[in-house]
Design a protein around this ligand. Sequence first.
Ligand code: FAD
Length: 271
Amino acid sequence: MTYEVVIIGGGAAGLSAALMLTRARRSVLVVDGAEPRNKPAAHMHNYLSRDGLSPLELLKHGRAEVEGYGGEVVNDTVLGVARTDEGFAVELAGRTVHGKRLLFATGMVDEVPQNLRDRWGRDVFGCPYCHGYEVRDQKLVVLGDEMKVALVRQWSEDVTHVESVDGVEVEDDRLVAVISGSRRVPADALVYFAPVKPRDELLLALGAETGETIAGPFVRTDAKGRTSVPGVYAAGNVTDPTAIVIVAAAQGAQAAGMINMDLLGLVPSAG
Ligand SMILES: Cc1cc2nc3c(=O)[nH]c(=O)nc-3n(C[C@H](O)[C@H](O)[C@H](O)COP(=O)(O)OP(=O)(O)OC[C@H]3O[C@@H](n4cnc5c(N)ncnc54)[C@H](O)[C@@H]3O)c2cc1C
């Protein structure tokens, strides 16, 4: 099966690109592992007109919109990609599909220690813009540098800076304290700026170049999502660690516009 565009990843970036491409009457397959980064959070914030919606609800609507224009969305994992004479062979579990252009919207992973994972996206979080308002004026503990502490003070005066987190105490399914070395710090929430890792193995295997970001090297694109590899695009957290949902969606739309022009032969295929 050959599609004009195969999109790897069906989060905000991938679905937004798919919506624009299907409305441009392109044949599109979205392959999605269905593990969006914000899945642990019950509510999504800062998405104009959808503030407070469940992240999964947003993606459910997005999928329905894409399918309404004839796009295909499948739950599967892309295991490998290879260049062919006409584009790319995309290996899924059990079958191979073909795409003339590829968009990677595979996101990134927060490397949250095991002892914090149960609380992640609830009362342990890394994005104060996403969750800070909900714990405003409460007891906040921050693991991070002075700049991050200063940032978090925007939401509460009651901020304790710690150098390590060795455990947390939970009562009635609520965080009550953070253990840092021999200290027990009462807390309503822990702001933990977890290291992140882009899901970019397949992009790197295709030869995509990286550039330095605040979170280390990420695959480099131009402003329209073109990577250094002709025909290969990227959008959202896989290329930009700072992209919140609405930004990831916008980057997907930008890439979609460029992919369409590229398929028409009107613009160069690489950034
Ligand atoms: C706990 C938490 C809460 C957050 N809350 C907010 C918030 O309130 N507001 C906000 O704006 N931002 C929030 N964010 C940030 C938000 O998660 C990201 O901005 C957003 O997920 C980026 O979208 P994306 O499409 O780039 O990647 P993702 O949403 O992560 O989607 C990537 C998709 O690609 C799939 N995928 C990966 N590899 C493959 C593969 N090989 N084959 C097939 N599929 C694959 C994954 O399964 C996933 O479904 C939060 C982040 C976290 C960690």
